[in-house]
Design a protein around this ligand. Structure first.
Ligand code: PHE
Ligand code: ZN
Length: 882
């Protein structure tokens, strides 16, 4: 099918230590937009643990100017070159290697290596981008001390940054200037960074726990000078939190964050010089939503936390990616929970895991948290590595307890500081610090797939015991290994008829457990736990706080779910019971839609929602979460054959019914929560806005024209993007002139702010109105859209394909064809982004036969392209494999 021979697959089992090591690196850059000259001086030596032999340096898209060993220029016949490497033979034990290369940053649309973003020059080296700058041992287990000097025209590039501390700077007579940076901490090449351009700098400072002063600097385009405060506040919060929670202190004199507009991912933890997608740093009340503020805080934290979990202790090879990412995501989730609402944070994290990661685990790209092989490592920056990885580390924390976990991480950081290690090393440190064995637990790293727990409770009236029978299984994944039983921490509680917690005493135990929640250890495929002294039939609350990333199979009546929704002391489980109730209701409606039977919902549901809305006992943010209907994608994943149209119809029906049934309540709560104060980013205000805007979205679903006026009024009075965009979303999903008008006015107001323009693209991409694809095709030609900019692509194409199921899955296949065309273009420009877009086909086998046929054809159209990047090649082949 494909015309090229398949790209090479790399296996964990083939790992070998490097044959050569690099102690120090001196990089010298002469910067130019179209032409950059790089001189690299490496002090190298043979690794005596290695096999010896040739020295194979990685390098791609490089023009090689010269190679010198110990000052001696090599002739062309004294080295070998391929399109991916430079090979040197007959080397002494220790030597100095000097390499000069030339690169062309302005031709770099892949955004890996050194590239242009607007008028800036910047780098992105993770995972394998450094090899596009110079020939190097571009693997994370080669760690070196870097010194970097940069020379460029002073007017065009007044700011020139690299990792570490600035050592010196100066000027030449010809208008050029130079800076020299030194990073004393040995690091792998993927953490190298360089930035040059005309940037605004906002400064602050932080005093570390040992009293050291650190200068904090955020660099942004001049026009964004008013959008730095939030990132700086978040950074200071992160630094303090990491000292208090993990005992981790910052280790350089300066910490820099640079915002760039063209970036493949969210942000990057380069040592001392984090580079961020501008969408993940910049915030002002008028332009950023609460969700943006929250995300920025979390990502600033995430990148900062990498300074220890990732940089001081790094990964031995890319199969260990979750060593840094899973752990760091857990850390940023803990941080966000501490800064905001713990309950809401957990709900959001689990919701994202269940919608995205469970789908990945159930699809053709399923892979373990520590994959066994890959073709293109960029394809493995996945929700499995990140989010499931975080759950796995979170389970370890649950198993050893908070104190044990801290002891374990202290030992891990202490033992491995300055090293490149594996997930096994991480586990070993936790085991040693707690004197426990986690052998079976490690299966979470090597086995893919989402385990399923079948739970059955039985109450024995005569003996007053309650027994919980648990069977675990794990569905087959493409690696086709037989699954062994996992070690699963199952947090449970029992409630009596009044909803009060019961004491938990297992058969054979002398007294009841100290808490009303206890963690049961599942480690066999079938187990029974018997609780004694249970006076009447209890209601079990299972998997509290989502103590493990598993699916539950437990028969529950609506009455039982309503009871848990009202009484469970575990707020996550209260939300989850409500969601299960909604899913059951929706799936029943889907069934009726399919059978063309009349649709109705039971009164109890409206009553439940009414109580929630009016009780005022609960945090408004939690109420908003509980009233949010499960997404169409998540519902699709709950069906054997997803029925796109029926799901959409059922969900619309439920939304409209709740809206009409509770119109007065929604309206009252809307007014109650509508504060008039000035915008502030804090939990209380965010909670109020979230409930208010949720009410608005229901009110609009009543089809009452007055509610359109309410949206317009809200937009007009709003001093913040959260309220503005909520109004706009509601209008853009309605037929009528108001939506058009609001969209036009919004664009006029914000056309010079690219991040707001991305929101404008997204609102239109997500619209459920039937002409959406036509509109999108028009927008692709609009001056607001540039296919080379990943944020634009994600905002328009990505949002349409992933979050607009009714239109993307149009019966005529037009959505699929559209995506194919874009992927073919992106494959050439930016393979990473192309491959991410392809992810919209992940669940293609979940749909009906005719849609499957259309998607298969779409995938074949991509697979038959000439010159497929390894990124797209790997994903498309795995999707099409039987
Ligand atoms: N390491 C980055 C993070 O998780 C993500 C990233 C990967 C960014 C690859 C760019 C390229 O924080
Ligand atoms: Zn990360």
């Amino acid at each position: 099918m494909t015309s090229l021979s398949p790209p090479k697959e790399t296996f964990l089992a083939d790992y070998r230590v490097p044959d050569y090591l690099i102690d120090t690196v001196h990089l010298h850059f002469e910067l130019g937009a179209s032409d950059t000259h790089v001189r690299s001086v490496l002090s190298m030596r043979k690794n005596h643990q290695g096999l010896g032999g040739d020295c194979v340096l990685d390098g791609e898209h490089l023009e090689l100017l010269s190679v010198k060993v110990d000052g001696q220029q090599l002739q062309g016949n004294e080295y070998q070159r391929t399109d991916k490497s430079l090979i040197l033979s007959d080397l002494p034990d220790k030597f100095e290697l000097e390499i000069e290369t030339r690169i062309e940053p302005d031709k770099n649309t892949a955004l890996e290596g050194l590239y242009h973003s607007g008028s800036l020059l910047c780098t992105q080296c993770e995972a394998e981008g450094f090899r596009r700058i110079t020939y190097y041992l571009d693997r994370p287990d080669v760690m070196a001390v870097f010194t970097v000097s940069i020379v460029a025209d002073k007017e065009q590039w007044p700011i020139m940054l690299a990792n570490g501390n600035m050592e010196d700077q100066g000027q030449f007579d010809d208008g050029r200037h130079w800076t020299r940076w030194h990073d004393p901490h040995p690091k792998p090449s993927y953490l190298f960074a360089l930035v040059a351009g005309d940037l605004y700098r906002q400064q602050d400072h932080f005093t570390t726990m040992s009293g050291r002063e650190v200068s904090l600097q955020v660099y942004v385009d001049h026009e964004n000078s008013h959008k730095c405060d939030h990132a700086l506040t978040s950074l200071k919060q992160s630094m303090l939190w990491d000292e208090e929670t993990y005992g981790r202190e910052y280790d350089l004199d300066v910490f820099m964050i640079v915002a760039v507009n063209d970036f493949n991912m969210g942000a990057m933890e380069n040592k001392g010089l984090n580079i961020f997608n501008s969408s993940c740093v910049l915030a002002s009340p008028e332009t950023a939503t609460d969700a943006d503020y929250h995300r920025i805080q979390g990502i600033v934290g995430h990148e900062y936390f990498h300074n220890w979990s990732g940089n001081r202790v790094t990964c031995r090879d890319w199969f260990q990616l979750s060593l840094k990412e899973g752990f760091t995501v857990l850390r940023d989730q803990q941080f966000s929970a501490a800064m905001n609402s713990e309950a809401v944070q957990r709900i959001d994290d689990v919701n994202q895991l269940r919608t995205m990661q469970f789908a990945e685990d159930a699809g053709p790209m399923a892979h373990p948290v520590r994959p066994a092989s890959f073709i293109e490592i960029s394809n493995f920056y996945t929700v499995t590595i990140y989010e499931k990885g975080a759950e796995v580390v979170g389970m370890i924390k649950t198993i050893v307890g908070d104190e044990g976990f801290r002891k374990g991480t202290d030992l891990y950081f202490d033992r491995h500081d300055g090293q490149a290690v594996t997930t096994d090393d991480f586990i070993k440190a936790i085991e040693d610090a707690n004197d426990i064995a986690l052998g079976q637990f490690k299966l979470w790293y090597s086995q893919a797939g989402t385990p399923e727990l079948k739970l059955r409770g039985h109450y024995d009236v005569i003996n007053h015991t309650y027994s919980l029978h648990v069977e675990q299984s794990c569905p087959q994944t493409p690696d086709e290994l037989d699954k062994q039983a996992f070690h699963i921490p199952l947090a449970v509680g029992l409630l009596d008829e009044q909803g009060l917690p019961l004491l938990l005493q297992l058969e054979g135990e002398e007294r009841a457990y100290k808490d009303f929640t206890r963690v049961l250890t599942l480690n066999e495929s079938s187990q029974t736990f018997t609780f004694i002294n249970i006076e009447s039939e209890p209601v079990p609350s299972l998997l509290r706080g989502f103590s493990a990333p598993v699916k539950l199979d437990i028969p529950r009546s609506n009455t039982e779910l309503e009871f848990l929704m009202a009484n469970d002391s575990d707020s996550f489980n209260r939300w989850d019971a409500g969601q299960t109730l909604l899913i059951n209701t929706l799936l029943a409606l889907v069934n009726n839609v399919q059978l063309q039977q009349p649709l109705n919902i039971h009164k109890g549901l409206i009553e439940q929602f009414s109580t929630l809305l009016t009780s005022r006992k609960m945090d408004p943010a939690l109420v908003a979460k509980m009233l949010t209907l499960p997404s169409e994608n998540y519902l699709a994943a709950q069906m054997t054959v997803a029925d796109v149209d029926a799901i959409h119809a059922a969900r619309q029906f439920l939304k409209n019914s709740l809206a009409r049934g509770l119109k007065q309540e929604f309206s009252d709560v809307y007014k109650q929560q509508n504060s008039t104060g000035k915008y502030q980013f804090n939990s209380d205000d965010m909670a109020k806005r979230s409930l208010k805007n949720l009410c608005l979205s229901y009110l609009v679903a009543t089809d009452d024209p007055m509610q359109t006026q309410r949206c317009l009024k809200q937009m007009k009075q709003s001093d913040n993007m959260t309220d503005t965009i909520s109004g706009l979303v509601a209008l853009a999903n309605q037929v009528g002139p108001e939506g058009e008008h609001a969209l036009r006015a919004f664009y006029e107001q914000w056309k010079d702010d690219r991040l707001v323009v991305d929101k404008w693209l997204t609102v239109q991409a997500q619209s459920s109105l039937p002409d959406t694809l036509i509109r999108i095709k028009g927008l692709m030609k609009h001056p607001a859209f540039n296919i080379k900019n990943p944020n634009n692509v994600r905002a328009l194409i990505g949002q349409f394909c992933r979050n607009n199921p009714i239109n993307f899955h149009a019966k005529d296949g037009s959505g699929y064809q559209f995506l194919v065309e874009q992927i073919i273009i992106l494959n050439k420009l930016n393979p990473q982004v192309a491959s991410r877009m392809l992810g919209a086909f992940n669940s293609w086998r979940q749909y009906d036969a005719s849609r499957q046929e259309l998607m298969k054809k779409a995938l074949n159209d991509i697979a038959s392209q000439k010159d497929l990047s390894p990124d797209v090649y790997e994903v498309v082949t795995k999707y099409l494999a039987d």
